[in-house]
Design a protein around this ligand. Structure first.
Ligand code: HEC
Length: 301
């Protein structure tokens, strides 16, 4: 599981950090030039997408030492459910990595890919409000000495994870509240154009004025896309792609809605996390959004 189920949003402010330490020294150039063409160790960070000066889809590998040589920021966090108590983290802000690695100016989204193919998406709007941090050290230690996962499954949470100084939800769409994107087991960062990526899950223009469809779209971007893929975009953890969800929403809207709110009630073996806070309007919006992919397009004739 790549996020906490508890909504530990009652953040105690990080000790010793009242504001982000701006201005920071600029990230040195040459980081991408030092990247390797193949993985040499498990702590290499794979990077891909639209990398500066490389053809789209190129893959490179950054050594941890090179990341540690970048300007580091340090916070003590107390609202991240991946940690059992206040924890000191340090690393590199995604907003510092973007200019150093990404093709300017269209590459405005970072996708963190985990070893289990969970994807966390960081659009520009998220990065500029929440300042996510690629964590390189926890309590001064590199990933070999990190604590295991907070759920007690004994899993390694490295080689990288993403956290924040503190997280305050920045938007609410129906009963979906902006949720901290705090994946662990991160092995790859992708630098992407947000609009191009979202084309994979954008509803047809026929629904431009359909509020439920548009609201469902906004929620699905932050929630469902982490585990469910549409073609090459989105996480592969669920193995139920977008059109399968569309088929459920269309053929059995009740099952679909119940599954979203509380998967285990529909399937005792469900691995999907529940969304107990979603009210009926939120479930209706998600259902309408997924139905839109299979809705016949009479108006187009
Ligand atoms: C953390 C990962 C994760 C997220 C986020 C997630 N799902 Fe899932 N989903 C799964 C997995 C894994 C399955 C496969 C069955 C299972 O283990 O629950 C699944 C299965 C489903 C199913 C299939 C039910 C069936 O009967 O086959 C539906 C419907 C569904 N998800 C809808 C959604 C919607 C809608 C969202 C966004 C609101 C969402 N999921 C977000 C992991 C996720």
């Amino acid at each position: 599981m790549r996020f906490g189920l508890s909504s530990a949003l009652c953040a105690t402010l990080a000790v010793g950090v009242s504001a982000l330490p701006f201005p920071r020294p600029a990230a040195p150039s040459g980081l991408l030039e030092r990247a390797g063409n193949s993985r040499t160790t498990v702590t290499d960070l794979e990077i891909g997408g639209d990398l500066r000066g490389l053809s789209p889809g190129s893959t490179r590998y950054l050594r941890r030492e090179d990341l540690l040589a970048l300007p580091q920021v340090t916070y003590t966090v107390s609202d991240d459910s991946n940690f059992t108590g206040p924890t000191e983290i340090s690393g590199v802000l995604l907003e510092d990595l973007l200019p150093a690695l990404a093709k300017a100016p269209d590459t405005d989204m970072v996708v963190a890919v985990c070893d289990d193919q969970y994807h966390a998406h960081y659009p520009h709007s998220y990065v500029s409000v929440h300042h996510p941090l690629l964590v390189l050290k926890i309590n001064g230690q590199t990933s070999e000495r990190w604590p295991k996962d907070a759920e007690g499954l004994g899993l390694d949470i490295g080689p990288y994870l993403i956290s924040h100084a503190e997280f305050k939800p920045a938007f609410k769409m129906l009963s979906h509240e902006d949720q901290a994107q705090i994946p662990w087991g991160v092995i790859r960062l992708e630098f992407r154009n947000e609009a191009a990526l979202l084309e994979a899950i954008a509803p047809s223009p026929r629904f431009a004025n359909d509020t439920a469809v548009q609201n469902g779209y906004r929620i699905a971007q932050q929630n469902c896309l982490r585990c469910h893929n549409s073609g090459p975009e989105g996480g592969l953890q669920a193995h139920h792609p977008w059109l399968v969800l569309a088929a459920w929403a269309t053929a059995s809207p009740e099952h679909f809605a119940k599954y979203v709110r509380f998967p285990k009630a529909e399937n005792p073996n469900a691995q999907m996390h529940p969304n107990p806070a979603y009210d009926d309007a939120t479930l209706r919006a998600l259902t309408a959004y997924f139905q839109s992919f299979l809705s016949p397009s009479q108006e187009q004739r």
